[in-house]
Design a binder for this molecule. Sequence first.
Ligand SMILES: [Zn+2]
Length: 237
Amino acid sequence: MKFDTILEYQDLDRELLSVENEVAKSPERAAFVNAKAKLEAATAAVGKLSHEAAELLAGYGRLSSRAEELKAKLDEFDGILEGVADVNEADYYIRQIASISEEIASLEKDASKDGERIDAIASEYKKTWEVGRKASDAYKEAHAAFNAFASKIQPRITELKEGLAKLEKNVPEEFMTAYKSLRAAKKTPAFVAYKPESGTCGRCFMEVSGATRSKLKNPGDHAECPNCRRILYIPEE
Ligand SMILES: [Zn+2]
């Protein structure tokens, strides 16, 4: 019979889909996915803090070296006023010294703000790291639990897949190609019995057009549903 092998294949595949679905919807898998997302979030948080700390440290380093530079410049003015007789010249040096001192004070203020933020990050980092460590433990646990669950079901999946591979050899190529493409589009069952008297697709319930209808008259006929693309067939007696 023309449709026997593909229908047998479809039945077995339905069982495989249902077992795969059981795994996909299991609480073990949900817990695993959840733990994975938490671990990823914690890892990202640690990374973000590390990045911020590195940038702050670099900025802090730049501020410190600029302050050192200015302090050295200030040292050059040490005792310079002693030898100055001209009031204007003295005034010039005094203003220079004042301006450098101001800049140093402002740099120190910025550096102290950065320092505070660095301290805050260090404590935040400790907390985030702890969250990450716990997330990592939870992930390992959930992963192991999911693997244990999946390994119980795996033999059945393997068995079904082997059965399908065996059947596939006897399914006409045209049917197999159509089936696989419909399965990939999540349109299962892909082969749907057609009743000429109703004139509708048994799956999407769309009334088939005249052209399709004319291809579906006798047992053994088959045609694509113009709407959902499933294969409509008329069973042989
Ligand atoms: Zn249809």
